[in-house]
Design a protein around this ligand. Structure first.
Ligand code: CMP
Length: 140
């Protein structure tokens, strides 16, 4: 199986509600290693750029507003099948559809306020990690 890297974001609701510790312990308890992490408050331009593929969709403004509403924790995870494993641990985007025991089932309030983000494939993982982390200075 491939060793992969992926981006996780603990979103403003997850940070504000005190779930950083549990989210990270779920990752570590499931074979994922934290290779980089930083707590930041995204600017409007950073959030718009990150979610550029969703520009033009009805929820885009709400998404950017929410993602800039408070600090987020940006995390680079590494491990076997890290991209799919992270998505499995998060659960479905809509918490109503998320499997029992997943992070979104536990903590998310709605499709928008859904506690965590995870890259959805190899190309997006590479792009998203590059967007937020400098390979040379921030990845260990
Ligand atoms: P995320 O994994 O961060 O990637 C895109 C985000 O858009 C997604 O999680 C949701 O939080 C958000 N999103 C998708 N659909 C909707 C929707 N219908 N209403 C509000 N937000 C949405």
């Amino acid at each position: 199986m491939a060793i992969e890297r992926t981006l996780s974001i603990v979103k403003p609701d997850g940070v504000q509600n005190g779930h950083i510790g549990h989210v990270l312990s779920v990752f570590e308890g499931n074979g994922l290693t934290i290779r980089a992490a930083k707590l930041v408050r995204l600017t409007q331009a950073q959030a718009e750029g990150f979610y550029a593929e969703h520009k033009g969709r009805g929820f885009f403004g709400e998404l950017v507003e929410f993602m800039t509403s408070g600090p987020v924790l940006l995390v680079c995870l590494e491990g076997e099948n890290a991209i799919a494993k992270n998505r499995e641990l998060m659960g479905a985007t809509d918490p109503a559809q998320a499997a029992p025991g997943t992070l979104r089932k536990l903590y998310a309030e709605s499709k928008g306020r859904n506690t965590v983000h995870g890259s959805d494939g190899e190309a997006s993982a590479a792009r998203e990690l590059r967007y937020f982390f400098s390979e040379a200075f921030e990845m260990v």
